[in-house]
Design a protein around this ligand. Structure first.
Ligand code: MRU
Length: 336
């Protein structure tokens, strides 16, 4: 992604050192941090300094390879600690499985590092392909609603839901993005809006509650979101509030697309009811940036994700093209 004219990735490895953009500082400060050991890496994932399903998958793969080289005797502990850092995004499972399999062939950490680097490059190429294919859905003048941040910051680069928008914009199409603020952590208002502003893509932030108003008025042509886990039947987990947007889009006859790389597909879960939903600290609902919003006398619930049943999904923007709801089962025949 371009930040002040320079190219950055969200997470990268240099000479076996791991770096991330600290997303908790955005949009007020652009900072890069080095994660020096497994505790710092796990804390960064849990605290969401690095977040977004493909980005945490890539971070975990690189982290595994780098830390297993230093402490091969702790391989199993490192693997399970990374896996447990966040429960909903299946990218974490898929990426760790790949690097662990590579390591266990000869107990050679260099093989794990090669597999992790390959995973990262494949993830970037897949997001580029999502952008290229997804652009076909966008016309000059298209108005798109998106939820949470499924941009470059949620991946290694390019993003998933934002990739088609980036491609359309750079090919000269005039597009406009409605950005759901995405309470409680405001990934839309803080991160998606920041990415779009950095790239000069026209957009406006809306309160989460406003999406139905704009959909009903006919101001939105399509909805594109990312995903954290897509089950065998196509039911899709994504940031809390996605389900609401999908039902509203359906009610108003607006197409609703999910954009995701192969690492977000879960061959092992029959349907969405089996997807584990992360429950985060209630303080995220009761306050913003440490400022209390309530009397302190009320508890809060804070599920971080919800599941959208496939019947509300028009299609999936994948690295192999756009797959409609009816053709969804074809995905499992592909070499993913
Ligand atoms: O809790 P987060 O910020 O990690 O949740 C992220 C999302 O829900 C994204 O939409 C999803 O990971 C897709 S990212 C390309």
């Amino acid at each position: 992604m371009q930040i002040e004219g320079r190219n950055y990735r969200t997470v990268w490895e240099e000479n076996k050192r791991l770096f991330i953009i600290n997303q908790n500082d955005l949009p007020f400060k652009f900072s890069i941090i080095e994660l020096k050991n497994i505790s710092e890496i796990i804390a960064a994932i849990k605290e969401m300094k690095v977040r977004g399903a493909p980005a945490i998958g890539a971070t975990a793969a690189l982290a595994y390879a780098i830390t297993v080289e230093k402490s091969p005797e702790l391989e199993a502990t490192i693997y399970s600690a990374l896996l447990a850092a966040r429960p909903t995004a299946v990218d974490l499972h898929n990426s760790l499985k790949i690097v662990q399999t590579a390591f266990l062939i000869n107990h050679n950490p260099l093989q794990a590092l090669t597999a992790a680097r390959d995973f990262v490059e494949r993830s970037v190429a897949e997001c580029q392909a999502i952008g290229k294919y997804g652009e076909a859905l966008l016309k000059n003048g298209s108005r798109i609603l998106t939820h949470c941040n499924a941009g470059a910051l949620a991946t290694v680069d390019y993003g998933t839901a934002l990739a088609p928008i980036r491609f359309a914009h750079s090919n000269g199409k005039k597009v406009f993005v409605y950005v759901d603020e995405t309470r409680p952590r405001l990934q839309g208002a803080r991160l998606t809006a920041w990415e779009l502003a950095e790239e000069g893509i026209p957009h406006a932030i809306i309160a989460d509650n406003a999406a139905g108003y704009f959909l009903r008025k006919g101001d939105i042509d399509l909805v594109i979101t990312g995903a954290d886990r897509i089950a065998c039947n196509g039911d899709t987990a994504n940031k809390i509030g996605t389900y609401t947007k999908a039902v509203l889009a359906h009610e108003n006859g607006v197409p609703f697309y999910i954009a995701a790389p192969w690492s977000t597909f879960d061959r092992n879960l029959a349907n969405g009811s089996l997807i584990p939903i992360e429950e985060r600290d209630s303080l995220e609902v009761l306050s913003i940036n440490g400022i209390k919003l309530t009397s302190g006398k009320s508890p809060a619930f804070n599920p971080a994700f919800d599941v959208t049943p496939i019947r509300y999904i028009t299609g999936f923007i994948t690295p192999a093209g756009i797959i409609s709801r009816k053709e969804f089962a074809r995905i499992w025949e592909m070499n993913i």
